[in-house]
Design a protein around this ligand. Structure first.
Ligand code: 3NM
Ligand code: MG
Length: 531
């Protein structure tokens, strides 16, 4: 029963909220500035107005929107939408059912509905919604969303329900210019379904400069869409041939030594000193700060962030560090030590991953199994153990779900970006005889991630469209380099005649990390890459 539906650009969807206007700013002035700043669709939401007042506001809003050629949607009230011939209506789950609204409205009316879970999205598609508003993605003071916060990691599961349909999607709830790019990056289904836009109330409406606020948001959405268009997603190299990959990964060691990037590490108390020494040996500078109050400054200066939650005493610091690392487009390496061991670790891992976007997740089979909620591997504390029948498939799936590189450490290390998988067979049994070798692996990966970002920015300069990307550089390459650096150094160290056991091995390992060269890495690398 479709009329000719207007095509709406959902990129930046403003939902009004008159009660949030700053002092001295009128509703219409704010709306006009928002339209000038690049809002692409407006929903008039009046929760506390009588019909007459709502109608007046709707008419005035429509006049302004018409001036900027922006479609107008009415929240909830079919009668108001009819009265002003609005482009669309937006319904909540407890408002009028879509079918009834359809029967009352002209056939070309756009109908949107708020959804909080995949079942509601599925139903919205069946009932003929034109778009869905997914959320609340984060907490917000604009509306009571208690018990309904999804986090960006739940958005993918909802988007997947739109595969094969023309139904569009925006996210809503607590979105602002600081978390927008990270939100867009994280809100993608494992099938590759991306958002059509974002809906915002307070970041624009409560602003004293709504035009600038809208402009900022609009440019981020545009840049993201450009960076995630099929044309710009072509991989910069093929991992089908392992050797160029290994050479490029190994060469990052020279970049580490040339730039000596700062590597900010929040790690566990067992390994802090040892990880700092490994970082220094590789040629980078460790900083082991944990206070949430210094993260805003630190993540501007750092080359990469490592969050290792082996002893979770600094959760607030971890949250803030990752947030500011995302904001400054620095790689974030997450090492969820022993994540399967306790309910607190499992819930903290979820909280962290919903708050910021990891670039690389690194864990052993037990940790990766716990994160992937795999029944195949039961976590048994912090010790690694167990293995997957098909490790490549497990980590591919996790990488797609978490939208990042996944490193599965073990006798063979597996690394994936969600499609390509690299298997590395280097290392030595003595690594299992010292504490914190896994943590040092995380350190090495973070160090190489910093180098890969620097290499990319240096080489590509402003030619590349980096604006829409959360992190510059190929983080798969970085992970391969970091894993090889530690595992190859462990082989060289273990072969030394002065190494008598785990104590001398640890000292020798730090030495050999310092003496390591790209050539030694390439010579010793035992790598397979497959699709
Ligand atoms: N709907 P802000 S959250 C209107 O979850 C609305 O359905 C939500 O406001 C939902 O951008 C929300 O200021 C408020 O956080 C969003
Ligand atoms: Mg409603």
């Amino acid at each position: 029963a479709a009329g000719f539906k207007p095509q709406i650009d959902y990129s930046l969807y403003l939902v009004t909220g008159r009660e949030l206007l700053p002092e001295g700013m009128t509703y219409l002035e704010s709306l006009e500035q928002a339209l000038q700043g690049g809002v692409t669709v407006v929903q008039v939401r009046e929760k506390n107005s009588d019909t007459g007042e709502f109608l007046k506001i709707a008419q005035q809003s429509q006049e302004l929107c018409n001036k900027y050629n922006v479609p107008l949607i009415i929240n909830d009230r079919i009668d108001i939408a009819l009265a002003i011939h609005a482009t669309g209506v937006h319904l909540g789950q407890t408002d009028m059912p879509i079918a009834v609204a359809r029967s009352l409205l002209p056939p070309d009316t756009v109908i949107g509905i708020s959804c909080n879970n995949p079942e509601q999205v599925e139903k919205a598609v069946q009932e003929g919604a034109d778009y869905v508003g997914l959320g609340a993605v984060y907490g917000t003071l604009t509306k009571n969303v208690t018990g309904k916060i999804t986090g960006p990691r739940s958005v993918g599961g909802m988007l997947e329900k739109l595969d094969g349909s023309d139904v569009k999607a925006v996210v809503i709830g607590g979105i602002n210019s600081s978390n927008l790019l990270r939100t867009l990056h994280g809100s993608v289904s494992t099938t590759g379904h991306v958002l059509d836009g974002v809906a915002v109330v307070s970041d624009i409406v409560a602003s004293k400069t709504p035009k600038d606020a809208a402009r900022k948001l609009s440019s981020i959405v545009k840049a993201f869409k450009q960076a995630s268009s099929p044309a710009s997603l072509a991989t910069p190299f093929s991992t089908q041939v392992a050797s160029p990959l290994i050479e490029r990964a190994a060469a990052l060691l020279d970049v580490v030594r040339k730039h000596g990037p700062l590597i900010h590490q929040i790690t566990n108390t067992v390994v802090t000193n040892q990880s700092a020494n490994a970082t220094l040996a590789l040629g980078a500078s460790p900083i082991m700060a944990t206070s949430p109050h210094e993260m805003e400054d630190l993540e501007k200066a750092t080359g990469a962030l490592l969050v290792n939650f082996g002893t979770i005493t600094d959760k607030e610091g971890m949250l803030q560090a990752g947030k500011f690392a995302n904001l400054n487009k620095k790689p974030v390496v997450f090492d969820p030590v022993g994540v399967g061991a306790t309910a607190y670790r499992r819930s903290t891992a979820k909280e962290l991953l919903n708050f910021w976007q990891a670039s690389i997740i690194k864990g052993n089979a037990a940790e990766i199994g716990a994160l992937a909620e795999s029944v195949e591997v039961q976590a048994k504390g912090v010790d690694s153990g167990g293995s997957f029948k098909n490790p490549a498939e497990v980590i591919r799936q996790l990488a797609k779900e978490e939208r990042c590189i996944v490193v599965l450490s073990g006798v063979t290390d597996y690394i994936t970006n969600g499609s390509d998988v690299v298997a590395l067979h280097n290392g030595h049994p003595l690594l299992g005889q010292i504490t914190g070798s896994g943590c040092m692996l995380g350190t090495a990966v973070a160090t190489f991630a910093a180098a890969e970002r620097l290499r990319t920015l240096e080489k590509e300069g402003s030619n590349l469209n980096e604006e829409g990307k959360l992190v510059s550089g190929d983080m798969l390459l970085a992970a391969v380099g970091g894993v090889l650096a530690l595992t190859v150094a462990s082989e060289v160290a273990a072969e030394r005649e002065d190494v008598k056991g785990s104590g001398t091995f640890l000292a020798a390992l730090i030495d050999e990390l310092g003496r390591l060269t790209p050539e030694v890495i390439v010579d010793r690398a035992k790598a397979e890459a497959f699709l």
